[in-house]
Write a protein that binds this ligand. Sequence first.
Ligand code: PXG
Length: 289
Amino acid sequence: MEPKVYINGKLYPKNEAKVSVFDHGLLYGDGVFEGIRCYNGVVFKLEEHVGRLYESAEAIALEIMLTKDELRNAILDTLKANNLRDSYIRLIVTRGVGKLGLDPFNCGESQLIIITDSIQLYSKELYDKGLDTIIVRTIRNHPDALNPTVKSMNYLNNILAKIECIKAGAAEGIMLNKDGYVAECTGDNIFIVKDNEVFTPPASAGILIGITRNVVIELAEEAGITVKEEQMTPDDLFNADECFLTGTAAEIIPVANIDGRKIATGKPGKITLLLLGKYQELTTSHPST
Ligand code: PXG
């Protein structure tokens, strides 16, 4: 069966799922998006992802033509039409079809696209071994210029960082903010463990507040582990006992080394593995519907 893509209330076969070249999403990267996982027929953290999509849209003065309820139903219907129980769901809301020129208010209605597919950011082997990473020179967007809490279609900052790390042969790039503090990776949040406490950069470091990040903080606290949101420097990373990354697609993945420097033994650490186990319990323990 050919995959079907939802565009503005209709399902199209994958090859016929197209948007106009005059859509400001394409012309100017003017839009917002979300990435969500469905595990065994249950959409993981659906409320949170839908909530963040509406907040991102609000931040760029973009109206989503559906209510949150209608959007949730559209997601579930698209999964059903594709007969999927395990999937990566990509929501995209573009500014809509307009004229050349920046003015977003000459565009028609915003366009809503729902793609249900799969995504694998890192190979299975890397989950056991940990990632080779580098600190990239591309500075994370200044939060006062383009707020990284908005999950916008403007990902050039992250793509430039990704190009840098791929050219250097690394699996992921760690981005610093304009003050030299650690922000996040190109598409994942970052955590370290030091003396049995968990640390992650705060919102003020200029990061996307990852939904996986929030789940991991909760899981750690439930396990009696102290979590601190604190500014951290590259030295804090090099001196960490453990380091791992989080994201909807990546889930939790250990970091083996940064700029060629091993994190402790270079093997996934015990708190990383504990949290990974708890995360997997959460994503597999849902009753199937
Ligand atoms: N930081 C950035 C910059 C991200 O884009 C995360 C952190 C993790 O957030 P969540 O909420 O997923 O825990 C992201 C996640 C895609 C895609 O193509 C999306 C992301 C990353 C990589 C690919 O849908 N966003």
